[in-house]
Design a protein around this ligand. Structure first.
Ligand SMILES: NS(=O)(=O)c1ccc(NC(=O)NCCCCO)cc1
Ligand SMILES: [Zn+2]
Length: 258
């Protein structure tokens, strides 16, 4: 199956997932020179119910928190979006050291990691139907920057890491409102793109926050202590689960800020 290593890595994905060579792939480089300020862009709002949080799991590719998305319980609205989008899961991408790991790159800057909060459009009957639509999915992306004064709210997720060390491990993760992880500023860039992993469907309205959240080097090391193998297999560190930037082609990246 696909992965991030040489033989099954991002350059090979298109062999089994032809969409990976599409014209609307993610992630991309976001460069100030090519961004268009769009003063008609509205602010975005998240209204999340902490009770919607269910479990945290290691699927061998990332660390994912799953939410109850059986009704409009935790939603994202505004920004470039029409209507509300339901929060389904959040997960992370990170590197093997603090100097890289994010998927999107801003003016040549790679961050240590990137948090993705994935939402789907309930005008479609279910998630799998939404991933087949260009306006089916909205991902809020937040950069993780290593610094001295880490965000205490990250602790809750990282404390659970010990319970999901290996692939397939899952633990209850109740009472969690991910909006506590948001940075102060809601400034964002937005563009149309894809899943950053196979099948790489081009169904995502990306909302990439300009302001990173600060995490500690120890917190990044905690993420890197996850293994991509199952419990009874040789230990393989789960690191560098990020896709390199893809060609922007004829897409416009809009900014909500000057
Ligand atoms: N990194 S990302 O673009 O936010 C992302 C989110 C979900 C997924 N995969 C996912 O939801 N799989 C479930 C069914 C996919 C439909 O083919 C892949 C990448
Ligand atoms: Zn992601």
């Amino acid at each position: 199956p696909w992965g991030y290593d040489g033989d099954n890595g991002p350059d090979q994905w298109h062999k089994n997932y032809p969409t990976a060579k599409g014209r609307h792939q993610s992630p991309i480089e976001i460069n100030n020179k090519e961004v268009h300020y769009d003063r008609s862009l509205l602010p975005w709002f998240a209204s999340y119910d902490p009770g919607a949080a269910k479990t945290i799991l290691n699927n061998g590719k990332t660390c994912r928190v799953v939410f109850d998305d059986s009704f409009d319980r935790s939603v994202l609205r505004g920004g470039p979006l029409q209507g509300v989008y339901r929060l389904r899961q959040l997960h992370f991408h990170w590197g093997s050291s603090d100097d890289h790991g994010s998927e999107h790159v801003v003016n040549g800057v790679r961050y240590a990691g990137e948090l993705h909060l994935l939402h789907w459009n309930p005008k479609y009957s279910n998630y799998l139907d939404a991933v087949r639509r260009t306006d089916g999915i909205a991902v809020l992306a937040i950069f993780l920057q290593v610094g001295k004064t880490p965000k205490p709210e990250m602790k809750r997720i990282l404390e659970e890491i010990n319970a999901i060390k290996t692939k397939g491990k899952e633990a209850p993760f109740p009472n969690f409102d991910p909006s506590i992880l948001f940075p102060k500023s809601h400034d964002y860039w937005t563009y149309h793109g894809s899943f950053t992993t196979p099948p790489c469907e081009e169904c995502i309205t990306w909302i990439v926050l300009r302001e990173p959240i600060i995490v500690s080097s120890d917190q990044m090391a905690k993420l890197r202590s996850l293994s991509k193998n199952a419990e009874n297999e040789p230990d393989l560190p789960l690191v560098d689960n990020w896709r390199p930037t893809q060609p922007r082609y004829f897409r416009m990246v809009s900014a909500s800020f000057l």
